[in-house]
Design a protein around this ligand. Structure first.
Ligand SMILES: [Zn+2]
Ligand SMILES: [Zn+2]
Length: 397
């Protein structure tokens, strides 16, 4: 590893920042204390800050030299509505809220880079430090774009990074093209006609119709989309009825669809609707079909991915970089940024949980688990990567 020396010296301060954020988790668009803390640090280091981009989001600006070129680095700041089971000193002080996705660590890593870039200034151009709210379902990235992020802070590319438990600590993992899936949800209600369960011929049984629809939908995955395209259709809830002897009026099907491309998503949505409406009609029932697209697929741009991979190799060493990481069906709203700007999203290995000391819960150290904690050993690695990325992208002439 070739980390940035002054950042190594700054590690304990970064750890303090990270653990303070961890102890005070805030949910989507409620990151008031968090954004205050980030803004205070940036101000302390002489970095101009623009607040309230995407409600609680903020952008720090580090300008050096005369080049008009600029890039953006993004960290997310929000926590999850879940209970932390760890009992160490920096465990969440807010019941039912937890930094279980490591956004505390992402924020601290970007602050570490900001600290060094503002002091050292070995680059020519502008770095925009994008501290984003509401990644966990609130589409904070889209909100920042709607608030004029790319008009007010014109940048040629944007980069983001997420810790990834299960990959060795400090490894960096990326791939060109689709790396994370689109996330979508459906809420479908079958409207039949209730009856006495002993006299089904007097009603239109929505339960049987829902079962037919549920089975037929799986043929979209096996018979309609190309076998070479990846997609998941999971029905996660079926709701109907309230008694053993009553046929209900309605039945509900709820679930999620994940794809790596929009054309495949278009196909699945269209076929789901056609099957649901057609099957319901054939039974003299009706359907209310609601399909909601949440996050688009995250597609890494080829040039920026290759560029970032080169910087990764220089920082953590060739043997710790995987440029062909297996994509995940999880979703991430950084995808919205990559729809607007070239860029790349990176997984930094969080380890197998061996960084855990006393006070950790007994569950696995994986994302969205009550026993999770960000690996503080990554702080200087991620911050050094950000610094070298800037210095390489915006070189001094
Ligand atoms: Zn998460
Ligand atoms: Zn996350």
């Amino acid at each position: 590893m070739k980390l940035v020396e002054p950042i190594i010296a700054f590690q304990s301060a970064l750890q303090q920042i990270r653990r303070d954020l961890h102890a005070h988790p805030e949910l989507s668009y409620e990151e008031v204390r968090t954004s205050d803390a980030v803004a205070a640090k940036l101000a302390e280091w002489g970095i101009p800050v623009v607040r309230n981009i995407g409600i609680t989001g903020l952008v720090g600006i580090i300008k050096n030299g005369t080049s008009p070129r600029a890039i953006g680095l993004r960290a997310d700041m929000d926590a999850l509505p879940m209970q932390e089971v760890n009992t160490f000193a920096h465990a969440s002080r807010h019941p039912g809220k937890m930094h279980a996705c490591g956004h505390d660590g992402h924020t601290a890593m970007l602050l570490g880079a900001a600290y060094h870039l503002a002091r050292q200034r070995d680059f020519d151009g502008t770095v925009y430090l994008v501290f984003q709210p509401a990644e966990e379902g609130g589409a904070g990235a889209r909100k920042m774009i709607e608030d004029g992020l790319f008009e007010r802070f014109p940048m040629e590319a944007i980069y983001g990074m997420h810790n990834w438990p299960g990959y060795a600590a400090g490894t960096m993992n990326v791939c060109e093209g689709p790396m994370m899936a689109s996330s979508n949800e459906f809420h479908v209600t079958v409207r039949g006609k209730g009856a006495h369960a002993a006299q089904p011929h007097n009603g239109i049984d929505p339960v049987m119709i829902a079962v037919h629809i549920a089975q037929a939908w799986q043929t979209i995955i096996t018979r309609n989309k190309s076998p070479l395209d990846t997609a998941v259709l999971s029905i996660t809830q079926i709701h109907a009825g309230s008694a053993t002897n009553v046929i209900p009026d309605t039945a509900q099907l709820v679930g999620t669809v994940r794809t790596f491309t929009t054309p495949v998503l278009d196909l699945i949505e269209r076929r789901m609707r056609a099957l649901a409406e057609g099957i319901a009609a054939s039974f003299d029932a009706e359907v209310d079909f609601q399909f909601k697209r949440n996050y688009p697929p995250l597609i890494n741009h080829a040039n920026e991915t290759r560029f970032a991979a080169g910087v990764m190799k220089a920082v953590v060493g060739e043997d710790k970089v995987n440029t062909n990481v297996e994509p995940t069906m999880g979703a991430e709203d950084f995808a919205f940024f990559l729809q607007e700007k070239p860029g790349c999203y990176i997984f930094i290995g969080n380890g197998e949980g061996d960084h855990r000391e006393g006070g950790h819960g007994l569950g696995p150290c994986v994302l969205h688990n009550g026993s999770y904690d960000f690996n503080d050993n990554l702080l200087p690695v991620g911050a050094s990567f950000w610094v070298r990325l800037v210095e390489t992208a915006l070189p001094l002439r």
